[in-house]
Ligand binder design. Structure first.
Ligand SMILES: Nc1ncnc2c1ncn2[C@@H]1O[C@H](COP(=O)(O)OP(=O)(O)OP(=O)(O)O)[C@@H](O)[C@H]1O
Ligand SMILES: [Mg+2]
Length: 329
């Protein structure tokens, strides 16, 4: 088997992506067929098909998800207030500055040790606020926390939650927290500023205050066996009383040179790169971009090289991808 396929296979396993593992396995079967190893190819194909059949019988790790039917919905049009994210699709591999990585690890370890902490009257960090600029890992961080704790990820659907009818938004919020108390989950309030904006910021003060007060109360009263994760790009616009309701507030900043170089290498790890590419120097030239932009540069550079049928990604690929991105933003 080619080294490149082996690398891709191991990278998919490392990232826990069964979809990627399957894709690489199929590629291996095709390669073996092309090489004329028909018996081996057919044996491998059989194993893949059996694995596929068994997939539906395999139980996910960690707590089970609630059947969709028992999840809360709004009164107006019965739209679901929560979207359950399948464990299989959760991404968890992140590049982070070490102090941020340590904060994530601490939340994950405390969650695992929550019973032991409780015997000493201590509480694991359960209410987490993630904040920082766009494309720097807030949503990814929520997925990672769900993945690492084995909790199902429940994403709050603000489109169904927010209602123009007086009192209904607060009512819906209550239903969401009630569900999160019943079923251990990582409840994710993405872009929480939508409902946690400072009271008095808008004209509809009555309803805004009502929703913020409800959220404050629900956060304080939460006794579920899971996590509450909130994320925002607008840290300063949150109501001041919100901050102290969280046990952990993690800033996810833009990547520094070190993280940019690590992310570029990670994204290009399935391909070969010309020896003269100096990741540290190239990283300096894209300093100031977000993680998602850096990742996009690496992916576009990789595509440029593959489309040109070159074996190795070169500096021109990276520079072309970077210039193109900078032109568009
Ligand atoms: N720390 C990171 N390590 C590796 N990849 C990252 C990281 N942060 C972001 N990414 C990549 O960028 C993509 C976008 O990140 P994400 O959706 O988590 O950003 P966000 O902070 O939630 O942005 P927004 O404020 O726009 O919602 C991710 O899907 C991932 O591919
Ligand atoms: Mg996000």
């Amino acid at each position: 088997m080619k080294a490149i396929l082996l690398k891709r296979l191991f990278s998919a396993v490392e990232q826990g992506s069964s979809l990627d593992v399957k894709a690489v396995c199929k590629r291996i079967v095709e390669d073996e067929k092309r090489l004329g190893h028909t018996k081996l190819a057919s044996d491998l194909e059989k194993s893949l098909n059996i694995a596929e059949k068994h997939k539906s019988l395999l139980k996910p790790h960690g707590p089970q998800t609630t059947p969709m039917g028992s999840l809360p919905s709004n009164k107006r049009d019965s739209a679901a207030l929560i979207q359950v994210v399948e464990r299989e699709t959760l991404r968890h591999h992140m590049v982070l500055p070490s102090e941020v990585e340590q904060r994530f690890i601490r939340i994950e370890k405390e969650y695992a040790a929550r019973s032991r902490l409780a015997t000493f009257g201590l509480h694991a960090r359960k209410r987490v606020l993630l904040y920082g600029p766009p494309g720097c890992g807030k949503s990814l961080g929520a997925e990672r926390l769900a993945w690492a704790t084995g909790l199902p990820l429940y994403k709050v659907r603000f489109d169904s939650l927010i209602s123009s009818f007086f009192g209904e938004t607060a009512l819906n919020l209550g239903k969401v927290f009630e569900a999160a108390e019943k079923q251990p989950c990582a409840l994710f309030l993405d872009e929480c500023d939508t409902i946690a904006r400072s009271r008095g910021d808008r004209n509809d003060v009555g309803e805004v205050s009502r929703v913020v007060n409800m959220l404050l109360q629900l956060l304080e009263d939460y006794r579920g066996d899971g996590l509450i994760i909130a994320a925002t790009n607008h840290y300063d616009s949150l109501d001041k009383a919100i901050y102290r309701r969280f046990d952990e507030t993690v800033e996810l900043p833009k990547p520094g040179i070190v993280e940019i170089a690590r992310l570029l290498k990670k994204t290009l790890s399935a391909l070969q790169v010309e020896k003269n590419v100096d990741f540290d120097i190239f990283s300096t030239s894209v300093d100031g971009l977000s993680f998602s932009e850096v990742e996009r540069i690496a992916q576009n550079a990789a595509k440029r090289s593959v489309m040109a049928n070159r074996k190795k990604v070169n500096l021109t690929d990276l520079e072309a991808a970077s210039n193109e991105l900078k032109r568009h933003f």
